[in-house]
Design a protein around this ligand. Structure first.
Ligand code: ADP
Length: 261
């Protein structure tokens, strides 16, 4: 079933998202639904707008037009005619940021903090939760990804794959409803990609709701419930990975897949 057809168990629904940077129209009306427990993978050529979609869902970019609804939250309208005040824009950004956590291409860990301090920074200082509780949870999460012995290390003492696993733990520690991954393995040496994808696959198996931008098509094939192929700021084609990879309907999808496979 297409995620645009059934919104009953939708955790997040985005409709008609548009975004320009100057004259560059990067998103030209994106519709996207993330059902609870669903893994949606966004693929497409560089510059097609995939990262901008994730950043809009996370409140890091404000769309010029469209609507985003996260279950239980307000409808966030980004009407082209309305001129929202900075305060109003901030309210909308925070409404999204509170619900999701993003894992970036470069882990963005604070270099002067230990691994544990990096993980607790968000839940303790930003969310204001009790430190002892947050530390206990962080240690469990680090253990889960095989890094309990690195809690007191600084990021530069870790491999790229370990740093990215800390980045994932840092996102999980925020207890988000939705996980967003922006090319989480593309900055890694090839031999480190597998360990990070494995963690993401395990999260998928635990029914986390997630949107993943990646060029790792084998990951998309194995882990995605639904794949969106974007090109030129639109979703050209979408469907379950088995269908989309085996028999892409659109010529642009075929061309992209032939090039990348
Ligand atoms: P993708 O993730 O598919 O590679 P992006 O969403 O990163 O695509 O970028 C789409 C287009 O938007 C690119 O042309 C990029 O240069 C442009 N872009 C993205 N962010 C900004 C920004 N903050 N300012 C100006 N242009 C941007």
């Amino acid at each position: 079933m297409s995620p645009t057809e059934n919104t009953t168990d939708a955790l997040l629904t985005a409709r008609g998202l548009r975004k320009s940077f100057g004259d560059n129209e990067v998103l030209r009306g994106i519709d996207l639904t993330l059902h609870r427990g669903e893994v949606v993978v966004l693929i497409g050529p560089s510059g097609s707008g995939k990262t901008t979609v994730l950043r809009a869902l996370n409140g890091l970019e404000t769309p010029d037009a469209g609507t985003i609804v996260v279950a239980g939250g307000p409808d966030l309208d980004f009407a082209p005619s309305a001129k929202p005040s900075p305060r109003e824009q901030k309210r909308k950004r925070l409404a999204l940021r509170d619900r999701s956590a993003m894992v970036f291409q470069h882990h963005n860990l604070f270099p002067h903090l230990t691994v544990l301090e990096n993980v607790i920074e968000g839940p303790w200082r930003v969310q204001g939760r009790p430190k002892a509780e947050v530390v206990a949870e962080a240690l469990v999460l680090l253990d889960r990804v095989g890094l309990s012995d690195k809690a007191d290390a600084r990021p530069h003492q870790l491999s790229g794959g370990q740093q990215q696993r800390v980045g994932i733990v840092r996102a999980l520690a925020l207890k988000p409803d939705l996980l967003l991954f922006d090319e989480p393995t593309s900055a890694l040496d090839p031999e480190l990609v597998g360990e990070v994808l494995l963690v993401i696959k395990e999260l998928a198996d635990e029914n986390w709701t997630m949107a993943v931008v990646t060029h790792e098509l084998s990951f998309a094939r194995e882990a995605a419930d639904h794949v969106l192929f974007m090109d030129g700021g639109v979703v050209v084609e979408q469907g379950p990975p088995a269908e989309l990879f085996r028999a892409p309907k659109h010529e642009r999808t075929q061309r992209f897949l032939t090039r990348i496979l």
